[in-house]
Design a protein around this ligand. Structure first.
Ligand SMILES: *[C@@H]1O[C@H](CO)[C@@H](O)[C@H](O)[C@H]1NC(C)=O
Ligand SMILES: *[C@@H]1O[C@H](CO)[C@@H](O)[C@H](O)[C@H]1NC(C)=O
Ligand SMILES: *[C@@H]1O[C@H](CO)[C@@H](O)[C@H](O)[C@H]1NC(C)=O
Ligand SMILES: *[C@@H]1O[C@H](CO)[C@@H](O)[C@H](O)[C@H]1NC(C)=O
Ligand SMILES: *[C@@H]1O[C@H](CO)[C@@H](O)[C@H](O)[C@H]1NC(C)=O
Ligand SMILES: *[C@@H]1O[C@H](CO)[C@@H](O)[C@H](O)[C@H]1NC(C)=O
Length: 589
């Protein structure tokens, strides 16, 4: 193009032509040594040269075109930014393999609800766990039998956000993140194109964001959502409380609002339930095939490592009396000789085995994984071993250091709540008990079962509502609607989680502030003759029935659904929920 008005263009072209390799930032902007790429850089990122015909310089205010969103009809737009980053290899595979069911679910949801009145959000997704800098190496282990739960969840979250129509920005390394946040990393100027309205990350990723932005990370605090598999309870989250009460955890003390932690299963109502998707829908071809494969008298054992099988010989012998036993174990040494071991196989092959089997056998470890739900969705019953005593960070190595003291009463508490005929609780060391479960299972036909909240559509519905309604930046916006509030008293030694559950409800921490005053409690028939404010416990608001003295919480970060007191009665904020969509109240959608 004519160089009029750009006196320095030629000399800059020459300079960058020689120097572009000296700083990685140039190639991040697409400079590859060709004259064309250099001219594009010098005109669009810096402004030494004229913009080439047919191209436009990126506008600083491109976020001004914050438009209405539409539900997307494909995931294709997502692939370039996944392919570009090796850290997303496993995630990319899962997303691609599920494209059809995501698109169908998006159509189905928009047919049910009017999703047109939404503003597009700029969303940063930064899974710290996949970054090389984290040292976790989960992205590589995923291909050799490593734990997959977190990658499954990240895949499904990314698909969800894309289908819902928002603008996604994926980062998978520190330079990537710096680039997005507009931090100067080399000779190139910073070029901050967008401001994130919402940030999904994990604890590792949050630490990386804090390290990069230093004190100015605070600006983003309320926009952050932290994926946190097992959950963080308020006392572990609260930095001063944790220090004072010696609640040591490498993952606690983040001082966020507890609902900013997004969990894998609905563990503690103090956090938000994000979930993931259980694969269950097959192409019509597969469905045909499925009809022709009759279920065999076959059990598949849940345990990829031979060590999980140790001490379970007698349990296996009982099951073997009724069923042929199959396994997907890393090595056959140490497992009974009658087990047909398939070794570590792909997810689709595991699903094929599940569809030929009648029972999926838990070995009591791993805890709370996705596999049992996949088994139910593929038509197996699940043998769910009880844990005696219940396991928690106080008595079990696996949970040590996790920022909660939640007690796990079986290998899979979420499945435990589903119950028979899908889930059968067993005492692995009591053959009578195991036989009771097996004879009952084999004497009926068990249909595939998938709770709505673990389907694509269920996840789209939930995340859609959370994005539109859940707001930690603006305290005046109240959600869920107060009309969903039901006040329940929890007797001494009972937590709000338990008290609400007993009434068929769930504890809703968003309502705690509303109950935290004598005037409001009077409306619900609680008569406080005297009262005080205190931050000495996590059970407030609460009252003493003999003195009618009420205690209110002075530190909002110490509201908690899960603690109880020896003698005080808690006043609990409960709400209803949609069956199989526990994150949402009936009036929430
Ligand atoms: C270098 O970049 C230019 C401009 O983006 C592009 O047209 C060209 O194909 C690239 N060349 C190579 C070898 O990648
Ligand atoms: C959705 O809501 C908008 C605004 O409320 C309205 O204009 C539009 O017609 C609605 N669409 C459907 C399909 O109901
Ligand atoms: C074993 O299980 C059976 C059936 O559930 C039960 O009746 C029995 O009490 C159990 N025995 C022991 C020792 O727990
Ligand atoms: C199977 O179930 C039926 C109906 O509940 C019952 O009558 C029958 O005794 C059961 N058979 C066995 C072997 O448990
Ligand atoms: C906060 O929420 C209220 C009620 O939803 C809304 O009217 C107001 O504009 C919001 N303020 C900001 C700064 O977003
Ligand atoms: C409740 O009130 C009674 C009577 O005033 C008092 O003796 C008791 O210590 C109080 N309990 C608590 C936990 O404050």
């Amino acid at each position: 193009p004519p160089m009029d008005g750009f006196p320095h263009c030629k000399e800059k072209l020459k300079w960058l032509g020689e120097m572009w390799r000296t700083d990685l930032c140039y190639s991040n902007y697409g400079v590859n040594g060709s004259l064309c790429s250099i001219l594009i850089y010098l005109s669009e990122i810096e402004s030494w040269c004229p913009v080439l015909p047919g191209r436009v310089a990126l506008l600083e205010n491109s976020e001004a075109v914050s438009d209405h969103v539409v539900v997307r009809e494909s995931l294709t737009g997502l692939y370039p930014s996944l392919e570009k980053r090796v850290q997303f290899r496993w995630i990319h595979q899962r997303i691609r393999s599920m494209e059809d069911i995501w698109v169908k679910a998006g159509r189905s949801l928009s047919a049910k609800y009017n999703l047109t009145e939404r503003k597009a959000k700029q969303i940063l997704v930064h899974p710290g766990v996949v970054t090389d800098e984290s040292g976790v190496r989960i992205a590589e282990a995923a291909f050799s039998g490593g734990p997959l739960g977190e990658l499954v969840q990240w895949s499904d979250l990314i698909s969800t956000l894309h289908i819902l129509g928002h603008h996604l920005h994926l980062t998978a390394s520190i330079p990537d993140l710096k680039h997005f946040l507009g931090i100067k990393t080399g000779g190139c100027p910073t070029h901050k194109k967008v401001e994130a309205n919402l940030i999904y990350t994990d604890i590792i990723g949050l630490r990386q964001i804090q390290a990069i932005l230093q004190a100015s990370w605070i600006k983003y605090r309320c926009r952050i959502r932290v994926l946190d598999t097992f959950g963080t309870e308020p006392d572990f989250n609260h930095v001063d409380w944790a220090k004072e009460h010696n609640l040591k955890s490498p993952f606690g003390s983040l001082n966020l609002i507890p609902m900013q932690f997004y969990t894998m299963f609905p563990h503690t109502p103090d956090n938000t339930f994000l979930g993931f998707v259980v694969q269950h829908q097959w192409s019509s071809e597969e469905t045909e095939h499925l009809k022709s494969t009759r279920r065999q008298n076959q059990a598949l054992v849940y345990g990829k490592r031979a060590t999980f099988w140790e001490g379970k010989g007698a349990y296996m012998d009982v099951i073997h009396k009724y069923l042929e036993i199959h396994g997907t174990v890393d090595q056959s040494a140490g497992i009974p000789g009658y087990v047909k071991n398939h070794g570590i196989i792909k997810g689709t092959e595991v699903q094929a085995l599940l569809r030929q089997s009648k029972v999926f056998v838990g070995l009591s470890f791993p805890y709370e994984g996705p596999a049992p739900l996949e088994a139910l969705a593929n038509g197996c019953a699940f043998l769910n071993p009880r844990l005696h005593p219940p396991q928690s960070s106080l008595n079990t190595e696996f949970f040590k250091g996790k920022p909660n003291i939640r007690e796990v009463t079986s290998q899979h508490p979420y499945a435990e709540a589903i119950g028979e005929p899908y889930v059968w609780m067993v005492d692995m060391h009591n053959s009578t008990d195991v036989e009771r479960a097996l004879t009952a299972i084999l004497n009926q036909t068990i249909e595939p079962y998938l709770p709505y909240e673990f389907s694509c559509e269920g996840m789209l519905q939930r995340v859609h509502i959370l994005i539109e309604k859940q707001d930690f930046c603006n305290s005046t916006g109240s959600w869920p609607p107060l009309s969903a509030l039901q006040v329940v008293k929890a007797e001494a030694k009972t937590s709000c989680k338990q008290a609400c559950q007993k009434m068929g409800l769930i504890c809703e921490p968003a309502f705690f502030p509303h109950l935290n005053s004598a005037d409001n409690l009077a409306k619900y028939g609680v008569d406080c003759q005297t009262s005080e404010l205190s931050d000495s416990h996590l059970v407030f608001p609460a009252y003493n029935s003999s003195s009618k003295h009420c205690v209110f919480q002075s530190d909002p970060l110490l509201f908690s659904c899960v603690r109880s007191d020896q003698s005080l009665i808690r006043i609990c904020p409960c709400r209803d929920y949609i069956k199989d969509q526990i994150a949402l109240c009936q009036a929430c959608i």
